[in-house]
Design a protein around this ligand. Structure first.
Ligand code: SF4
Length: 426
């Protein structure tokens, strides 16, 4: 039997794409391999959002060169955001790659393998779903229309295209049949979902429709843009039992001038007002965010406003990154990447230290409380899952309860996770 190995880097969208490709390759009769050296088909699902991610992909491609030389029959595919509309330059730079695929465009590889293996690939492309597990990602909107000045995504993933509600619901039903209990609806801008659909259904409508799928116990969504976070969506989070109380709302920078240069379309005060509204309407909601330090021209004072925002809002989680120029973006064309690397590092450290202390405090308030956890899997001998508000919880005595939602009494807390004991099975 032929084997494949998919190496994935980057965001949840990439992970979801890899899961779907894995499902298609499985339907073609290939089995998964742990090793790039042994696999007959190696797929690198790439990310170019940051230079460090791109460097890792380039490194992996370099390590595949001798393997391909030794075994010319090995199929090497590069997919994801590194692949733009034109591939000539990539083809010259990486001759070891047989197939280039843009995000979500699996057809070139499926067709090539269909030819080689003598399989009709049509049925395999029909129903691409995540592999069966307790939780699954479901992409609901592809691409992004926002064109933030620092971001390469709209150029690589294209304009926003929403999947029809009925199609998403069908996929979630299929996943539920295969044992999935929690779905995360994914988009670069998940809360702009539906603006391009007839009838203008929005994420609130979709959350309601997906909540109607029996056997699905929890629904999440990721990632939101502050400008698209409508009252209807907030009401859906507040009112629908299955929708978990967690919102990831990137703010990116705390200073209005930096926000304008980033083309984010809101101010510090407007962002704070949205957070306040969400917290007011959704009890126990947890909030996470993404931010960038060291954007072009960011002064000490301007960075200070980002740090202040982190301290004031007290997020449950912060994904922080140092700015790196991405070729072809608006920032690349118009601004100078002028904050020294050492300064970016120091700013990142200041954010991460402040946030670790905040997370430790927020989580310590959960000591002794009982939370509902969906047990996802077992890692290093310990079962783990997440609370409704997205806290990672280890439950050493729940190894035989994977797939169940169980009450857990929290007896240990730290900045990154909680630990607790499972209440006895009913
Ligand atoms: S909203 Fe901005 S940061 Fe997010 S994917 Fe779109 S362009 Fe990139």
């Amino acid at each position: 039997m032929q084997t494949f190995h998919i190496w994935t880097i980057g965001c949840q969208m990439n992970k979801a794409d890899s899961e779907r490709l894995e499902s298609a390759l499985g339907q073609m009769g290939l089995s998964a391999s742990e090793s790039t050296a042994e696999a007959d088909v190696v797929v690198l699902n790439s990310c170019v959002v940051r230079q460090s991610a791109e460097d890792r992909v380039t490194g992996m491609l370099g390590s595949l060169k001798p393997l391909k030389r030794e075994d010319p029959g090995k199929v090497v595919a590069l997919m994801g955001c590194m692949v733009g509309p034109k591939t000539d330059a990539l083809e010259r730079r990486f001759p070891q790659v047989d197939v280039f695929m843009r995000p979500q465009q699996f057809d070139p590889l499926i067709e090539l393998l269909g030819d080689r293996l003598g399989i009709d690939p049509d049925g395999c492309l029909g129903q691409l779903t995540a592999r069966p597990a307790v939780t699954a990602y479901v992409p609901i909107i592809h691409g992004c229309d926002k064109f933030c000045s620092f971001c390469i995504i709209p150029y690589r993933r294209g304009r926003e295209v929403s999947r029809p509600v009925a199609e998403v619901v069908r996929e979630v039903e299929l996943l539920a049949d295969r044992g999935v209990r929690e779905v995360t609806l994914l988009g670069q801008n998940v809360d702009s979902y539906g603006h391009d659909l007839p009838g203008r259904q929005d994420l609130g409508d979709l959350l309601e429709a997906v909540s109607g799928v029996s056997r699905i116990e929890r629904v999440r969504f990721l990632t939101s843009h502050p400008n698209d976070m409508s009252d209807h969506i907030i009401d859906a989070v507040a009112g629908l039992d299955k929708v978990c109380e967690h919102v990831n709302l990137p703010f990116q920078a705390g200073d209005d001038e930096v926000l304008a240069r980033m083309r984010r379309g809101y101010t510090n005060a407007e962002y704070r007002a949205i957070v306040e509204k969400i917290r007011l309407r959704v009890p126990n909601v947890s909030m996470s965010t993404d931010l960038i330090v060291g954007f072009c021209g960011e002064t000490d004072e301007q960075f200070g406003r980002t740090l202040e925002m982190v301290k004031d809002i007290r997020f449950d989680k912060v994904h922080s990154a140092a700015y790196s120029t991405r070729e072809g973006t608006i920032a690349d064309r118009r601004f100078e990447d002028d904050v020294p690397a050492a300064e970016k590092k120091a700013r990142l450290r200041a954010i991460d230290e402040a946030q670790a202390a905040i997370q430790a405090e927020i989580n310590s308030e959960m000591l002794g409380s009982a939370v509902e956890v969906l047990v996802e899997d077992v890692r290093k001998g310990k079962a783990y899952g997440r609370s409704r508000n997205d806290k990672l919880v280890y439950i050493p005595d729940a190894k035989d309860r994977v797939g169940e939602v169980i009450p857990v009494k929290i007896d240990r807390t730290g900045p990154w996770s909680l630990q607790g004991r499972a209440a006895a099975a009913a």
